[in-house]
Design a protein around this ligand. Structure first.
Ligand code: IMP
Ligand code: MG
Length: 184
């Protein structure tokens, strides 16, 4: 295990099994609809590529990147589009693929941005959710796992851009994180 990780919260095997299940569900629900999976960079790279390989129907992918306006003054929900989609989504069946839904403000912004482009349908697939943190309602069609109220890294998720490469979801040691948290 990586030095700065206190413990593993979700193992590589458990993630793999769950992602396969999500891929099967999408393959069944979207048969003949050639859905477009839209990933939110950068945390999504592991989940999206594993999910894609678990899907057995024709499917396309695209990416968007967003950022908060001022990381020094994290005014929650103030997000900005850094990279837009490459393609027109009018009439397409779109599945927005996200890593973590916390307050829901990030995803709320993205959904509003995409909805005005008139996709045939717009659904959400998230690997993780923290239901206790939700500030706005988000309809989630596919979900991997609920997370406890603690910050996690690995499988694409970062802490100051580090630890994305870990194949599991881990809890950082408190001295690395810089603040106490209780995630039992
Ligand atoms: P929201 O706008 O509050 O829903 O924030 C969701 C975003 O915060 C996700 O897209 C992640 O990029 C990031 N995030 C939330 N929780 C974690 C975590 O535990 N580790 C790493 N990134 C996180
Ligand atoms: Mg994200």
């Amino acid at each position: 295990m990586e030095d700065n990780i206190q413990r593993i919260l979700i193992s590589t095997d458990d993630i793999r099994a769950r992602v396969r299940t999500l891929g099967s569900a999408i393959s069944r629900d979207y048969a003949d609809q050639n859905p477009l999976l839209v990933g939110v960079l950068k945390g999504i790279v592991y989940f999206l590529s594993d999910l894609l390989r678990a899907i057995t129907i024709p499917v396309a992918i695209d990416f968007i990147a967003i950022s908060r306006y001022d990381p020094a003054q994290p005014q929650k929900g103030a997000v900005r589009l850094l990279k837009d989609l490459d393609q027109d989504i009018a009439g397409r069946h779109v599945i927005l693929v996200e890593d973590v839904i916390d307050t829901g403000l990030t995803l709320g912004y993205i959904l509003r941005t995409l909805r005005v482009r008139q996709p045939a349908s717009l659904a959400v697939c998230t690997l993780f959710e923290r239901p206790q943190q939700r500030l706005i309602a988000i309809p989630i069609k596919y979900k991997g796992f609920d997370l406890p109220d603690c910050f996690v890294v690995g499988y694409g998720l970062d802490h100051n851009q580090e630890y994305r490469h870990l194949s599991y979801i881990g809890v950082l040691k408190q001295e690395i994180l810089g603040f106490p948290q209780n995630c039992d």
